[in-house]
Design a binder for this molecule. Structure first.
Ligand code: AMP
Length: 421
């Protein structure tokens, strides 16, 4: 074979799909129960959308974005994240009309060019929530609680919710100044990226993974000491709501989040068993984003998590998502007359949602019964020559051995029999 899968990507094989379906449908179910509706946007967008929203100096835009030019010279990017596309769609489709706020969720692939490692891929799948249209702290807590409850309902225990407030553009100014003052005497010791961050986005100095930068950052001033009064009140209220919702959290004033558009609440769920990539999910309030991309000043909050790290955490805690499903029945026919009678029944059963396996290349009864056992089907549906002559089929429970004859033209009776088991 001459072809290989691109580095940093992977196939989800049939044996793994069951787990994926489980975690995706658990997310959809919980989001729906909270009144959130699914939104699906394209996997590529105008590159500028991400530059304007995430920030041109963010790592995601500067180093990690898959950009391409189409046949007409237009600049596009494979989406590195889901929030900006949802915000774009919200504005473009005027989802603000007629509703006080929009409660949206998404599931889908994202793309970032980064060095692949455990828990970090170039194509990865995210689940996310976006609540657009209110600045009320209750909604911060609601969004955070959906994330926490989702992970909890799947059984994850060794996780920690970290909470911070990054303030509003007003109080950020004073904090950025304080950070610049703090880091200035250490400028020569910082990595080349941080030397640029110092003048452009001092807050990102707190997020650097280089050891010396990390050490220096330890003594940096805390954002929380620079919050203005409204931001303080908002942050206290979010904490209050979370406590009332029984969502445990710790305050971590170091959370900055990688993208530019965050304001006020920022949060992350950390899972220690994941090694370097220990962030299970993260999010925050992004009150400035919609205006930044050409809309009105509409407040919003959301989060995104990666399914890959979620699966790693589930494995780490040995949480079983249930066995791979098996066929309801295996159809066994003997001779051409039986086959002729069986095929319409086979279609009807499958249309009725019953998983029936059939393989006409196996002729003998023994070979067909063996195949039924191999695929662990619960029932054998047997139409031998005698049954065919009588217009009947034998439904045999392969576990208990119990069997009964049913009329071939009464597909409903079969469907009932399967559904009862
Ligand atoms: P972010 O958009 O960077 O805040 O990421 C949100 C979540 O998406 C993280 O907590 C991870 O679970 C997941 N994630 C981000 N980047 C990657 C990646 N390259 N590979 C796998 N998962 C990722």
């Amino acid at each position: 074979m001459n072809y290989k899968i691109p580095r940093g990507t992977y196939d989800i094989l049939p044996s793994q799909s069951h787990d994926w379906h489980k975690i995706i449908s658990a997310f959809r179910q919980l989001a729906a129960a909270c009144g959130y509706e699914e939104i699906t946007t394209p996997v590529f967008e105008q590159a500028q959308l991400f530059e304007r929203s995430s920030g041109e100096t963010s790592d995601v835009v500067k180093k990690e974005m898959y950009r391409f030019t189409d046949q007409k010279g237009r600049e596009f990017a494979l989406r590195p994240e889901g929030t900006a596309p949802v915000a774009r769609s919200y504005l473009e489709n005027r989802l603000d009309i007629g509703a006080a706020h929009s409660k949206l969720y998404y599931v889908g692939p994202m793309f970032r060019y980064d060095r692949p490692q455990a828990g970090r891929y170039r194509q990865f799948y995210q689940y996310g929530i976006e609540f657009i249209g209110s600045d009320h702290p209750y909604f911060d807590a609601e969004v955070i609680s959906i994330l926490w409850n989702y992970l909890s309902v799947l059984g994850i225990k060794r996780m920690r919710l970290e909470l911070n407030s990054v303030g509003c553009p007003e109080c950020s100014k004073a904090y950025d100044q304080a950070l610049q003052d703090y880091f200035r005497p250490h400028l020569n010791e910082l990595c080349p990226d941080c030397q640029i961050r110092h003048s452009q986005k001092p807050r990102r100095l707190l997020d650097c993974k280089v050891k010396t930068c990390k050490q220096i950052a330890q003594g940096a001033p805390s954002q929380l000491d620079y919050l203005d009064e409204p931001c303080k009140v908002h942050f206290a209220s979010v904490q209050d709501y979370l406590a009332r919702m029984n969502i445990p959290f710790v305050i971590n004033p170091r959370i900055v989040r990688g993208l530019d558009y965050y304001t006020n609440t920022a949060f992350e769920v950390i899972y220690e068993g994941l090694g370097a990539q220990n962030s299970l999910a993260g999010g925050g309030r992004y009150n400035g984003l919609l205006e930044q991309i050409g809309g009105k000043n509409i407040p919003a909050i959301g989060f995104a998590g990666g399914f890959e790290r979620l699966l790693l955490a589930l494995r780490e805690e040995q949480i079983d998502l249930g066995a791979r499903p098996v066929a309801d029945a295996y159809l066994i026919t003997m001779g051409p007359a039986a086959q002729q009678l069986a095929l319409p029944l086979l279609s009807q059963l499958r249309l009725g949602g019953i998983w029936v396996e059939y393989d006409p290349t196996k002729n003998s009864f023994k070979a067909q019964l063996k195949a039924a056992n191999n695929c662990q089907a619960r029932f054998a549906l047997i139409i031998g020559e005698d049954e065919a002559a009588a217009g009947k089929a034998l439904l045999k429970d392969l576990q208990s051995g119990e069997q009964r004859l049913l009329e071939l033209d009464a597909a409903n009776q079969f469907i009932e029999a399967f559904k009862r088991n």
